[in-house]
Ligand binder design. Sequence first.
Ligand SMILES: Cc1ncc(C[n+]2csc(CCOP(=O)(O)OP(=O)(O)O)c2C)c(N)n1
Ligand SMILES: [Mg+2]
Length: 576
Amino acid sequence: MKNGADRLVDVLTAWGVDHVYGLPGDSIDTTVDGIRRQSDKVKFIQVRHEEVGALAAAAEAKLTDKLAVCLSIGGPGAIHMLNGLYDAKMDHAPVLALLGQVESNLLNTGFFQEVNTPQLFEDVAVYNRSITSVDHLAETVDEAIRTAYEKNGVAVLTIPDDIPQQKLATAFKPTAGSFKLQKPVVPQDEVEEAVDLLNRAKKPVALFGTGIKHSGEIMQRFVETYKIPFIQTLPAKGLIPDDHLNSLGQVGKLGTKAAYQTMKSADLVLMVGTNYPYTAYLPKPGRAKSIQINLEPSHLNKRFPADIAIHGDAGEVVEAILNSGLEPTDGSFLANCQKHMDTWNSWVEEKRELKSLPLAPEVLFDQIYKTAPKDAVYAIDVGTATSWSARYLPVGPKQQYTISSWLGTMGCALPAAIAASQVYPDRQVISINGDGAFAMVMEDFATAAKYKMPLINIVLNNRKLAFIQYEQQSAGQLNYAIDLEDMDYAKFAEAAGGIGYTVTNKQEFDMALKKAYKVKDRPVLINAYVADDAPLPGQIVADEAKGYTKFGTQYLSKKHRIPKLPPIKDIIRHFF
Ligand SMILES: Cc1ncc(C[n+]2csc(CCOP(=O)(O)OP(=O)(O)O)c2C)c(N)n1
Ligand SMILES: [Mg+2]
């Protein structure tokens, strides 16, 4: 007779789960034992730190739109997972977390490693249950998965370790086969109102978010037919290829000046599948009309007043707009925006040619862009890598780009690269992280080695928390607590079972990258000593200029010399 753990694994496989990320231990051992018995169906990917398991599951769900599973003991292991689960929550990714717990008869006694996980995980979870009997284990797992899909979030199950080993005579039939997410009916009246507004606009721009994930081609047809410029939020980067002629890149601190200028002069913003938070970079409310389309109704009218708010699937609604008498603009606003973008692109081009030492990150990113396979997966970390990737790493039609967008947690790139290597074994995976971010999760480079994942992990080694250096400066503060001790990351990579290269200039980097692409049986780390150049905001706004001036004055009075500043040419370009 099967036991509870066997039934649990049966439910996972019915939903198409064929691997879990985790680390075994006392309070989850009986569940792990069930996975062992069906290891031909569900692979156990053993991570070195539970946070990495949860971050990998979050990234996998973002990349594939399918539920991913992570697992840990209760107590300390479960606490380690929290950060990764918040990443899933905030980026709306379906994840199931299986947490161990002390045995039922010890519950509430303050036993060793007993943590009240149902309470601790309440804020992160869309579904949060403690299992109390083997009789309901399988159906609760099934409901947890369904809810994670329905609510695009994290389902958490706390499982006292005595329960999965109990026998269970009756089989439960998982609901995976009959599960289907319903989409709202497209409201034709509102579509026609939207078309009317669009046809009257003189300076319309589209802002696309991850809600267009499955309808990039429809959106592309829309911007081409209607003849308008578009901006994609960072997590939506590449959903329409970044090199599209109507693209203005991203908007905001890490965006382009062309996007900033366009937002400030637009008379209509069409916001599709986005909950873009930086409202200072949108037009002033009242200066521009807004049409908003979102499958998540709570995102409509949330941060910017909508003249028309349509609850619906982005692709279906925009397809309906295209079929309801939409007339193209005269193209003059688009042409003007393209001119701004040409200027921006010429600045970008100049930076790609930089010969300075240490190696300019712009040059490093450009080299990745020029050489990465057409279907590469980029896993980007939080730090200056985020800004450089936004500007110097255009994402092509078959490539994917992933990041911790709403939680913005450092240490997200390597776990995402592990997940991408697991689900796309035939694609080149490239993770790019700062030295600070990599050091937060570096132990799991050994995981990539253990599973022979040929990912390429590039460490931007500037021996500091460079992003914070500029953050402090633009806030008018003197730099403090941002220096990092150097480490030989290449040596570490070798010690962990991978290959490590250290590079200090473009030629060495090109050579290392070339060699790395050929490796097929283990991870490669490129320890790249890079300049700590400031990724200036696309448009320097008044507060930032004030902050820099305050920082400069303080620096001068304390150190009696002028601080190192970005080239004056760049400051002028980005300010005026
Ligand atoms: C877990 C976590 N801690 C702190 C931060 C705040 N933070 C954002 S970027 C950054 C510095 C990143 O440094 P590094 O990884 O070396 O990249 P660099 O900016 O130097 O390229 C910090 C501390 C964060 N986002 N996440
Ligand atoms: Mg750094």
